[in-house]
Ligand binder design. Sequence first.
Ligand SMILES: C[S@@+](CC[C@H](N)C(=O)[O-])C[C@H]1O[C@@H](n2cnc3c(N)ncnc32)[C@H](O)[C@@H]1O
Length: 307
Amino acid sequence: MANDNRDALLYTAAAEIKETLAALTARPGLFSEENFASRAEVLDELEFHVLDRLDGLLAEKLPAELSNLRNQATALRGELEALDQRLFQRLRALIRAGQCTPESLRALLEAYAGPPEPGSSPAATEYDALDTLTNGLFIDLAEPLATEAHDPEMVYYQKTPARIIFEMAAKISAHDTFYDLGSGLGQVPLLVRLLSGATTAGVEIEPAYCRYAQACADALRLTRVRFLNADARAVDYADGTVFFLFTPFTGQILARVLGRLRQVGQHQPLRIFSYGPGTQALAQEPWLRRLSPAGGHLYQLAEFRNG
Ligand SMILES: C[S@@+](CC[C@H](N)C(=O)[O-])C[C@H]1O[C@@H](n2cnc3c(N)ncnc32)[C@H](O)[C@@H]1O
């Protein structure tokens, strides 16, 4: 009786997974290179609704039908990932050859990634197909681990969502000099350079992150983007016109860095963009004036000006 039940459950699971797999494979346009957004969605669903589910059943002795489904799903995943790789290589080649203007690259990437998911809210850090696509522009090296222990006021690495970087880059001009304070693996200075034409720099205390970021810039043959392996408290920002902080540090460290920016701002107008909980601390600074969105959510891009 127990075996009958188990067989019936496996039979039902196999029928459902087969149906899901057939529906995913039949998505219109899935195999055309530019349909990145649809592929990203299918890859996600394949992982969660097919492969993970099959893995859950793997504890059972799999009937041949289920292991066939597993092979089909793995083959589909491989085919879709290979298409994405070809797309990434083509985009990298365009960038290396200097064939993209900030406007043309933005248009291309936004078209491939599609609009933000409906109903996405800024209640937390959220990533989508634009993140997967922009990650693919940079080299395929394994992401390095931090090698050094740091002060508890220094915040661990986490990426800014690509949509936030795109929003910020649209407000930056080719005449600006931009700094990302606590630049991690470097995607913010790299994307701002590509999408605005500004001269950009990342300041990062972790040497392994800095080396990785510079390797990404070199692989794309980008000029006017550099990565400084330094404590943000010790950098000369005299040439900076725009700064970005995704909550890289808190407390005394933040106070010291803001003190330096305030000094720079005595000689020139500055814009400071912020994202995440650190925005609250910037909003308390009497020398900074918050522009849009006043009183907005912490996981929205906030813009401040001096004076
Ligand atoms: C939340 S992550 C932001 C990463 C990056 N801005 C991005 O959005 O992709 C914070 C980064 O700040 C770096 N960091 C923390 N304290 C620092 C300091 N005093 N000087 C330079 N970098 C620092 C951390 O190593 C980490 O990579």
